[in-house]
Design a protein around this ligand. Structure first.
Ligand code: PMP
Length: 400
């Protein structure tokens, strides 16, 4: 065992008994290189982070330029920091009215926490509603909304007034009532194994929230920035939330989260008490310049449309007797095999062929395809060839 691997196991807190343990020394575009020189085509994108590819030269240049100006200078909100202002301005220019004020934080889960606090302030209510199958993060508030009992049971008590409704099911919407502060939904569920709801259901959800005065929050941490074939997933249904939660690809490969709402709602965080939500590092200038550059690339390279096209190519090519279903939107796909052992086999076999795939937290019977959105047709063909080969080897193993 190398020194580095030993230290990885001994000095770093571990989250799983069997980490993949890849030792990456270089990343570029859709490719990762490990210390032995082996290259991997990345179908994971750091879990839907590297939408514009790894180390895009423009993103790297923007980070370097900002390093020559200043890094952290003050906790969020006190000084005028041009990178924050320009990024917020650009982001809101791409969003509909009502989503015109941005609060930058450091991660997806932190953005969910901010959204929950804001919804409580707006409504004066405490009940929060989420959906079956959802994942919203690992801190206490977001975990209360998350519907994964194995991640929750050791951490109770969580937030006291959380409830979960059936996803994509209109019959449960009347459980949202005058006591509900907010309803938080992934417009396409990610860790549940990529579940796309009916646009009509999202419209009915919007109507119900309007009727009872509940704040509708869209968690677009995973679906944002072109991943589903639109700039944001809300565009598929046209349903505009009251609060939009962002993360992952937001920072162009650097850590960042944000919740976005109306200036009027956000003003509630300035008084009674003042500093109603605070963060030291939120809106750090480096993720702001990286995120702004990545957003410009998303637009100038039409990456959302590209994701739509190449997602369709994956679906066309992923035909095999062992594949039960390929579901999802754009380049946020789940390949259903109906069996966790098959998923492990395929992920391992693909890895040995230099293709990096991954599974889901809450759906062990499928594996995910979420590459950088800059993936080329040739790379899609290569990935699908490797997946089909892995499935062939599985069929072969079963026969013998
Ligand atoms: N919401 C969704 C939909 C997510 O997929 C995730 C992360 N997988 C989060 C929230 C939490 O984000 P983070 O890990 O940055 O806290």
């Amino acid at each position: 065992m190398s020194d580095l691997l030993r230290s990885f196991q001994e000095s770093l807190a571990q989250t799983s008994p069997n980490p993949m343990g890849l030792d990456i020394v270089h990343a570029e575009g859709c490719w990762l290189t490990d210390r032995s020189g082996m290259r991997y085509l990345d179908l994971v994108a750091g879990l839907a982070v590297n939408n514009v590819g790894h180390r895009h030269p423009k993103v790297v240049a923007a980070i370097k330029e900002q390093c020559d100006r200043y890094l952290h200078v003050i906790p969020y909100g006190e000084f005028v920091q041009e990178p924050q202002v320009r990024f917020a301005e650009r982001l809101t220019s791409l969003l509909p009215p009502g989503l015109d004020s941005v609060y930058f934080v450091n991660s997806g889960t932190e953005a969910i926490e901010g959204a929950l606090k804001l919804a409580k302030r707006v409504t004066g209510r405490t009940r929060i509603a989420g959906f079956r199958g959802s994942y919203h993060g690992s801190t206490h508030g977001s975990l209360s909304l998350t519907d994964n009992e194995t991640k929750k049971y050791r951490n109770r008590p969580l937030l006291p007034d959380a409830m979960h409704l059936a996803f994509n099911d209109e019959t449960e919407l009347d459980r949202i009532d005058q006591r509900t502060a907010c309803v938080v939904v992934e417009p396409v569920q990610g860790d549940a194994g990529v579940r796309v709801p009916a646009p009509a259901w999202l419209r009915a959800l919007r109507d119900r929230c309007d009727r009872v005065g509940a704040v509708l929050v869209f968690d677009e941490v995973q679906t944002g920035f072109g991943r589903t074939g639109k700039r944001f997933a809300w565009e598929h249904s046209g349903v505009v939330p009251d609060v939009l939660v962002l993360g992952k690809a937001l920072g162009g490969g650097l850590p960042m989260g944000a919740f976005v709402s109306s200036a009027e709602r956000m003003r509630l965080l300035t008084h009674d008490p003042v500093l109603g939500h605070i963060t030291t590092f939120g809106g750090h200038p480096l993720p702001c310049v990286a995120g702004l550059t990545a957003l410009d690339l998303l637009e100038s390279e039409s990456l959302a449309a590209h994701a739509e096209r190449l997602g369709a190519l994956f679906r066309e090519r992923l035909v095999h007797p062992l594949i039960r279903e390929v579901r999802g939107a754009g380049l946020m796909l789940a390949v259903e095999l109906n069996d966790p052992e098959s998923v492990q086999h395929v992920v391992q076999h693909c890895l040995s062929q230099g293709v990096l795939g991954f599974w889901f937290l809450s759906c062990p019977s499928a594996f995910r395809i979420a590459p950088p959105l800059v993936i080329s047709e040739t790379e899609v063909e290569l990935a699908c060839g490797a997946i089909r080969k892995a499935l062939d080897s599985l069929s072969q193993a079963r026969k013998s």
